[in-house]
Unconditional design. Structure first.
Length: 305
């Protein structure tokens, strides 16, 4: 797997690793400290460890989580033991990381809500190995040396954070998801806060924004996206896509767990598990999904779980 890397003017190096399900970033700052931003999923553990070995990352100063979802915290406990380093998570999500169980988002678009409905039903990326001694991630500059800063960027989750390296590059977790021309996170739980988070990111002065899902985002694209988001009638409202107040709750009983998938929004949703060999990508646990709109046309695809 080819690594994508960036170098700041102050000598810090950022390398993207683990790009199958969810990327994480190895950061070596200009003063020699080493950090891992997010930890992907257990299925990618061996591949990412091999990449870190090739990069010379035999020790870490800390693991920093942008939020508590299982595709970002999945290897935090294992790598905390392996590298003998502390794990930090946003203060409001420390309890989820400590328990090894996260609150999945509602989704901010029709397709995003459909995907999250499937993941909640199957408990995908909902649980992971607990991290008993996780610490609150402090906001501001200087806590992790002169090269790193931490800013609050809620939207995808209520307490999501981003890591800024030398004021030039920001590691944003899922505050941005870059697919095609779009950078809006379709799985956001607080879509009304996304624009505020983008303004915070632009306010850091960074020119490059590195996502966990999708390619890097340049400053000009983020500025255009924010302007489009804030046009009259475009800014997401709180709870617009949230179907019920119980959207995060796990099934209450075995009978409910066996219940068929309910329609999401006004489009019937049919989800069928398929063998990994049937997926057109090297994903570990694909799920084939068909969405059948009212006009009868079908859209089929693969979701990575």
């Amino acid at each position: 797997m080819k690594n994508l890397s960036w170098q700041t003017s102050q000598g810090s190096r950022i390398v993207r690793v683990g790009v199958v399900r969810s990327a994480c970033y190895a950061v070596e700052t200009g003063d020699g400290r080493r950090y891992l931003i997010d930890t992907a999923v257990p299925g990618e553990r061996a591949a990412i460890e091999a990449q870190l070995e090739r990069l010379g990352f035999k020790a870490l100063d800390a693991i920093l989580l942008t939020h508590a979802h299982g595709d970002h915290a999945g290897n935090a406990a294992a790598w905390s033991r392996r590298f003998g380093c502390p794990v930090y998570a946003p203060a409001g999500e420390v309890g989820q990381v400590r328990a090894g169980r996260c609150v999945l988002p509602a989704g901010a678009t029709p397709l995003g809500a459909a995907v999250m409905a499937v993941q909640r039903r199957l408990h995908v990326c909902e649980t992971f190995e607990p991290v008993p001694d996780v610490r609150p991630l402090p906001l501001g500059e200087g806590v992790f040396g002169p090269h790193l800063g931490v800013v609050a960027t809620p939207g995808h989750t209520e307490c999501s954070a981003s890591i800024v390296v030398d004021g030039e590059a920001a590691l944003v977790g899922d505050a941005l998801i870059h697919r095609g021309r779009s950078v809006f996170p379709p799985f956001a739980d607080r879509p009304e806060q996304v624009g505020d988070a983008w303004r915070v990111l632009l306010g850091t002065g960074a020119e490059t924004f590195l996502c966990a899902h999708g390619g890097p985002v340049g400053r000009a694209l983020l500025e255009r996206s924010l302007a489009a988001l804030e046009r009259p009638g475009r800014r997401p409202r709180a709870g617009r896509e949230a179907p019920t107040a119980r959207r995060h709750a796990p099934p209450a009983s075995a009978e409910e767990s066996r219940a068929p998938l309910r329609p999401v929004l006004r489009h019937p949703l049919r989800a069928v598990a398929v063998p990994a060999s049937a997926a057109p990508f090297p994903f570990e646990n694909p799920l084939a999904v068909e969405i059948e709109p009212a006009e009868g046309r079908r859209a089929a695809g693969f979701l990575t779980l």
